[in-house]
Design a protein. Structure first.
Length: 402
């Protein structure tokens, strides 16, 4: 049995960044940018009006009420407007380039027009209502840094920077195999002795949320032949995750089946709860993670290890998000296994606390689904009275790329 931190380090050492593919802008949503994206122009490329009004020489609007001659019009996307000479003004609309000679925009709310002339109730200030060239960004500067996740805001910025195609990390392909003679497909009747297979669907969803492409290898029987047949279906993948059959029971055959395929075993059993019987190794270049079958163990191992591998493959920091919150209840001393307690956020007297569920059985998936966080209890943590600040992993945040 190895410490959790060592297990994480060994798993991460096996992660290789995946390659780069180029996608058209709309396809790149939620993908990880693989190279810095430079601005291809100044934005705006030239000074433009920020309002509807009149392009003027600010000095000419003094004193208020002085008439200026209207010499033309400037609108966004329109023909070039004439220059503004002394005593002149150009009608201008938002987004239009500021004509030569003008240094301010006087807004139309303060204007009065008559006979091709315009005057203002208050003077314009130099630069007023003008967006200078490069206000948003400058040509050649980094607009988006490699490693950012392309959410709607960043995707819009990529378009504004002048790019139609984006280099993104390829999605890591993750094959997921569930094992167990007792498993039935979700939706099939669950009679005594049967269990609906939830690990496959949960792990595949986790992989998809975290930027990977899950491949379902289905359910294998607890026989050497059943497992061998399933392993025959491995295609070109970046990671194999199996669930179940990782323990020491007589029907826990996954390690042996993987060994038959040439698994180079790195470790088996980690000092953590849930999730002690965890297999890790490599089939050739491909990391292989065998998580335990208990539904909470499978998903917690998914959060702790599959997430770290995926993020590292995508070139992102693999650490789990951790926040310190006061614990709503007293916690006993911990043993040698790093514990992950399903817990909920509760508000008491305006303070946010974290409250671990009373019962932490690793078969209880409903408690995990209802949890807001996992409270982390390091090995040999001393007893903690209620109110002690404890580290916890916010699950919503841990289950998305950001
Ligand atoms: P195992 O790790 O194979 O010994 O399984 C431990 C427990 O997890 C057993 O009660 C199994 O029925 C259950 N289990 C195994 N695989 C799954 C699965 N895919 N979905 C839900 N429960 C499972
Ligand atoms: Mg089993």
């Amino acid at each position: 049995m190895i410490p959790l931190e060592e297990a994480r380090a060994r798993v991460l050492a096996a992660a290789r960044p995946v390659g780069v593919e180029w996608l058209a802008l709309p396809e790149a949503l939620d993908r990880v940018l693989a190279q810095d994206l430079l601005a291809r122009h100044d934005q705006p490329p030239a000074a433009v009006s920020a309002m509807d009004g009149y392009a003027v020489r600010a000095a000419d609007t003094e004193p208020p009420g002085r008439w200026l001659r209207l010499v033309g019009e400037a609108r966004a996307g329109g023909p070039p407007a004439p220059a503004v000479g002394p005593g002149e003004a150009v009608r201008i609309f938002t987004g239009a380039p500021l004509p030569e000679g003008a240094d301010a925009v006087a807004i139309q709310e303060n204007a009065e027009t008559a006979d091709g002339r315009v005057r203002f109730t208050r003077p314009a200030l130099p630069g007023e209502f003008v967006r200078p060239a490069g206000l948003d960004f400058r040509a050649g500067t980094v607009g988006l840094a490699a490693g950012c996740v392309l959410d709607p805001r960043k995707l819009a910025l990529a378009a504004a920077l002048g790019h139609a195609w984006l280099p993104v990390r390829r999605k890591p392909r993750v094959a997921i195999l569930s094992t167990g003679d007792e498993l039935v497909w979700p939706g099939e009747p669950v009679t005594p002795g049967r269990v609906a297979s939830s690990n496959g669907i949960g792990l595949r969803a986790l992989v998809r949320r975290l930027g990977g492409e899950p491949l379902d290898l289905g359910i294998a029987a607890d026989t050497p032949e059943g497992l061998a047949r399933a392993l025959d279906r491995l295609g070109a993948i970046d990671l194999l995750v199996t669930s179940g059959g990782a323990s020491v029971g007589e029907y826990d055959l996954v390690r042996a089946a993987l060994a038959g395929r040439g698994l180079e075993l790195d470790f088996w059993t980690v000092a953590m709860r849930p999730g002690k019987p965890l297999i890790f190794g490599r089939l050739g270049e491909v990391p292989v993670l065998g998580v335990p079958g208990n539904p909470v163990s499978a998903l917690v191992c998914g959060l702790v290890f599959v997430r770290a591998l995926l993020l590292a493959m995508l070139g992102l920091p693999p650490e789990l998000p951790v926040r310190l919150l006061p614990c709503a209840r007293e916690l006993p001393a911990n043993d040698r296994r790093a514990d992950h307690l399903r817990a909920r956020f509760v508000e008491r007297d305006g303070r946010l606390l974290v409250e671990p569920a009373e019962r932490q059985d690793s078969s209880m998936l409903a408690t995990l689904a209802a949890a807001d966080a996992l409270v982390l209890r390091p090995p040999f943590a001393p007893p903690a009275p209620a109110g002690t600040a404890v580290p916890c992993v916010p699950l919503e945040e841990a289950l998305r790329l950001s």
